[in-house]
Design a protein around this ligand. Structure first.
Ligand code: ZN
Length: 310
């Protein structure tokens, strides 16, 4: 069975200060060809261009918190969508002050957007639904940072049941969709076939968890338990653990510990401090604790896959 597309493209891996070759945080999540932008640091538009992504395909933007390296690219993108003639609605989710920040900038430049812009406030409580559409349900994660900060868990919508090959001749074409949706088959002569005899279970729903800026927070584990892919910030090495605690960030080892506690499939590290020219030393600290760890690479795409494919 071919799995539907569910993948994450890294657009930026830097932390607060600029670093050569790194952009600040942004990711593009593709769920069943629906595009969701997660955080939008400076330069996100350029990175999207490099990836050949049509901005107008992005239907929702999720902002984790209002530190500049996570959202200062947002106004530029909103403005570009306007200039490109967007007419379809755009939904932006983020902390409470975001609407005011956007409104004041639009007002100051006398910009009247051609498209409806809906700004929603994210409730910063783990497990609360941020939004749901036909492709995905996104819930919040209450992260532990200096200002209100939420992570996001993407859970794909359930797939239809698949028809058992040997039962295909039995099922009229016009009934197949209903059977895939779980209905029993009743033939014109009254014969009833229970759905379970005709179909196979769909593949399990896959999940992607995005932990933006946060101190080590073991309380997150139950909410990200068993996700196929976990992104977690890893700003510092253990040598700077005190600095991590003070700034409410994590070390790579702490990210790995959370991945282990939550039994996730794979861990993706990002948000590297500009003091690290290469992120390899961060990876080296995470691997002994959680071997299925990868460094986030800008421009790379990561599948949200079954564990067997890890
Ligand atoms: Zn931050």
């Amino acid at each position: 069975m071919t799995l539907r597309r569910f993948e994450v493209t890294t657009l930026g891996t830097g932390a607060a200060l600029p670093a050569r070759g790194r952009f600040p945080t942004a990711q593009l999540v593709n769920v069943h060809e629906g595009l969701y932008l997660v955080d939008c640091g400076e330069g996100t538009q350029e990175r999207l261009r490099e990836q050949g992504i049509n901005f107008l395909r992005i239907g929702r933007i999720l902002i984790s918190h209002l530190h500049g390296d996570h959202y200062l690219g947002l106004m530029g993108l909103i403005s570009s969508m306007h200039l490109m003639g967007r007419t379809t609605p755009l939904h932006v989710h983020g902390p409470a002050p975001l609407k005011e920040i956007i409104d004041v900038q639009l007002r100051a430049s006398s910009t009247w957007l051609r498209y409806p812009l809906h700004v929603h406030v994210t409730a910063p409580e783990s497990g609360r639904v941020v939004f749901a559409d036909e492709r995905v349900t996104v819930t919040a994660l209450a992260l532990k940072h200096r200002i209100v900060c939420t992570g996001f868990v993407f859970t794909e919508s359930p797939a239809l049941r698949s028809l058992r090959r040997e039962t295909l001749p039995l099922i009229p074409h016009f009934k197949r969709q209903a059977v895939k949706q779980g209905e029993d088959l009743v033939l014109p002569d009254g014969t009833r076939y229970p759905n379970i005899d005709l179909t196979l279970d769909p593949p399990p729903q896959r999940r992607y968890a995005y932990c933006s800026d946060t101190a080590y927070e073991p309380a997150l584990a139950p909410f990200i338990q068993g996700v196929e892919l976990l992104y977690h910030e890893a700003t510092f090495t253990e040598q700077l653990r005190a600095r991590a605690t003070e700034t409410m960030h994590s070390t790579a080892a702490q990210a790995a510990r959370l991945a282990l506690e939550a039994s996730v499939g794979r861990l993706l590290l990002g948000h590297f401090s500009s003091r690290y020219k290469s992120a390899d030393e961060l990876l080296a600290e995470a691997l002994p604790i959680f071997p299925n760890t990868l460094l986030s690479t800008e421009g790379a795409t990561y599948l949200v896959d079954q564990r067997s494919i890890v």
